[in-house]
Design a protein around this ligand. Structure first.
Ligand SMILES: N[C@@H](CCC(=O)N[C@@H](CSC=O)C(=O)NCC(=O)O)C(=O)O
Length: 282
């Protein structure tokens, strides 16, 4: 499948690049960003961290704000940041124009409800189509880790737990940890999946962690002054209790005074990268 390069910037000794391509599963053109560390210049194949962003984001938020490139360059890790929904002409958006449904809010599910099921198949895109594309076109190994923020933290945890053979570790910042039981998740799941809540469970990390058999190394950072956490959108405690019930060894770090922003993530992204590197090659 052809890729079109649309930007290239040298940074931290490596390269930040953006590409567009036709997505078969999303039925539209998509853009993603990749950071290639300096080790790839000498032909070395490096492991990849897939980063899933949150509501309203594109491939750019993480790459421009998290400050991950310097440490990824030191560690020899590529980072891939996809968009957060299908986009473009003919792709439906929420008629009400809200920020938490439709464009920029794909919730990493495969929609079953019309009209969303024409394009909103972000689960298949992240699990299958994007890694196949990345591994065919870039000097990367088949070692993968996954991380994300908020809606993307939900996506990372859920996708890793459903595909433990594809990832060596998973981490998240401020994940929507129990989407079935929060306003953001209920709105998205009703719209994309319909009203039968049984079908929602396959996309809910607190449900999945309670039943998981293969247990991946998992790290979660949550700020105590995060307005969305305080309002009940994230439900970190539900994830913690479900993990405990299944002896799932997740490390959940409550970070005093931090909020939901990229200032928080920029503070701890180094820990996450080092955590993932520890688990590659095991
Ligand atoms: N009302 C806000 C909500 C959008 C927002 O806060 N988005 C977060 C992710 S929230 C959960 O998925 C985000 O990452 N924003 C981008 C950024 O660069 O900070 C709004 O519409 O702005």
């Amino acid at each position: 499948m052809p890729l079109e390069n649309i930007s290239c910037n040298k940074t931290a000794g490596g390269w930040h690049k953006q590409y567009t391509h036709r997505s078969e599963v999303l039925n539209c053109d998509m853009r993603f960003a990749i950071f290639l560390p300096p080790q790839t210049a000498a032909g070395q194949k490096v492991p990849v961290l897939y980063w899933l962003s949150g509501l309203t984001c594109t491939d750019e938020n993480f790459m421009q704000k998290a400050g991950a490139q310097r440490i990824a360059a030191e560690l020899g890790v590529a980072i891939v940041a996809p968009d957060t929904s299908p986009r473009g002409e003919g792709v439906e958006d929420d008629p009400a124009g809200s920020y938490d449904f439709g464009l920029g809010a794909g919730f990493y599910v495969n929609a079953t409800e019309a009209p969303w099921n024409r394009h909103y198949n972000m689960y298949d895109y992240i699990v299958n189509e994007l890694p196949a594309l990345v591994e065919a076109h870039f000097p990367v190994s088949d070692q993968r880790a996954i991380s994300g923020h908020s809606m993307g933290g939900h996506g990372a945890l859920m996708i890793a737990m459903r595909n433990p053979e594809r990832f060596s570790s998973v981490s998240a910042f401020s994940p929507i940890a129990n989407p079935m039981n929060c306003p953001w998740g209920q709105k998205a799941f009703t719209g994309y999946l319909g009203s039968n809540t049984e079908t929602w469970k396959q996309y809910d990390s607190s449900e999945l962690i309670r039943k998981a058999e293969k247990k991946l190394p998992m790290l979660v950072d949550q700020g105590t002054h995060d307005n969305f956490y305080i309002e009940g959108q994230l439900r970190t405690e539900t994830l913690a209790a479900a993990a405990k019930a299944n002896n799932y060894p997740v490390e959940i770090r409550m970070q005093d005074g931090y909020d939901h922003s990229y200032y928080f993530m920029a503070t701890f992204i180094e820990d996450h990268l080092r955590f993932h590197v520890e688990h590659f090659n095991k």
